[in-house]
Design a protein around this ligand. Structure first.
Ligand SMILES: Nc1nc(=O)c2c([nH]1)NC[C@@H]1CN(c3ccc(C(=O)N[C@@H](CCC(=O)O)C(=O)O)cc3)C=[N+]21
Ligand SMILES: [Mg+2]
Length: 297
């Protein structure tokens, strides 16, 4: 039986969060506080990465943050990039630093990420913040998982005791999301990945299905249980000559088929992407306030 699901409107919720942050920044600055300042490093000229970073910069403008965008050529050496990170680490005005991934082949993303000062690591990608996910006092939480959780919470979706199936096991999304859903939210979690056998047997059991594989259209209607909550993290550009841009965006979920069964579903675009950016802003605000307190003491 076909019905209309509730659309989990990430764009709308992210806009609400930005309004809240904007208010807080105004109060902060009015009371003599420091304006939060985010720095973003982009290496190369990949179109999708440029779009994501420019969306992050737009979001900073919208909430009244300061921002610094550093765009280096594809050919930058790892040591030069490391030196730039050290410089930003030491810059007392900058509260948050992100290095947009992926990086070119000749640069180690793991080592570059690890060079960021953990208290400025607003992506939550360093080993320290990653480890602190399972702490009573978490550090900066990874932006995409944190954004997904906030989206589910703002739609009052019950997580405790539910079966959450995570498809994807990346360091940036799938792995930390699985941990957060079990450790903090008390879901029963199954993590599926590239070596999982009979994927559909697992996805069909999900009360909450979160998909982050980068394989467009992987999840079909018959792989989803009636009434499931479906979160699509995938965002792939598919070439087309049907529009000006020359591409359209497709998620990891075959939207129409799955929407016919789901109780709630995120769209692509307008779902998880904007929530990732909202989380990045929340982390930057948190990092900024913490650094301000440290300066005083
Ligand atoms: N250090 C780092 N941190 C990240 O957070 C990070 C990263 N590297 N590398 C790539 C992924 C991907 N990501 C997105 C951010 C915004 C949108 C976004 O704004 N999406 C819009 C549409 C964008 C479009 O038009 O292409 C939407 O879904 O509505 C999408 C994806 C952040 N990531
Ligand atoms: Mg300043």
């Amino acid at each position: 039986m076909s019905h209309s699901p509730t659309i989990l409107d990430g764009k709308k919720i992210a806009d609400q969060i930005k309004d809240e942050i904007s208010e807080e920044v105004k109060k902060l600055v009015a009371s003599g506080g420091k304006t939060p300042h985010l720095a973003a490093i982009l290496v190369g000229d990949d179109g999708a990465s440029q779009t994501y970073v420019s969306n992050k910069i737009k979001a900073c403008k919208r909430v009244g943050f300061e921002y610094t965008l550093l765009n280096f050529p594809e050919t930058i050496s790892e040591s030069k990039l490391m030196a730039e990170i050290e410089r930003i680490n030491a810059d007392d005005d900058i509260d948050g630093l992100i290095v947009q991934l992926p990086l070119p082949q000749h640069i180690s993303s793991a080592e570059v990420t690890e060079r960021i000062r953990p208290d400025k690591d607003v992506d939550g990608f360093t080993n320290l913040n990653y480890g602190k996910i399972t702490s009573k006092n978490p550090g900066l939480m990874p932006a995409t998982p944190y954004g997904i959780l906030e989206l589910l919470k703002r739609y009052d979706i019950e997580i405790k005791g539910k079966h959450c199936v995570m498809v994807g096991n990346s360091r940036t999304v799938g792995a930390p999301m699985s941990i957060i859903m079990s450790y903090h939210e008390y879901a029963t979690v199954t993590t599926c990945h590239i070596h999982t056998q009979h994927l559909e047997k697992h996805t069909q059991q999900a009360d909450i299905l979160i998909v982050a594989t980068g394989k467009p259209g992987l999840i079909k209607g018959d792989m989803v249980k009636e009434g499931a909550v479906v979160v699509d993290v995938g965002i792939t550009r598919i070439d087309t000559d049907q529009n000006e841009r020359g591409y359209y965006l497709k998620g990891d979920v075959e939207f129409d088929e799955v929407a016919a069964k789901a109780s709630h579903i995120t769209p692509v675009p307008g779902g998880v992407g904007p929530m990732t950016i909202a989380s990045l802003l929340l982390n930057t605000l948190k990092a900024s306030k913490k650094r301000a307190l440290k300066r005083k003491s």
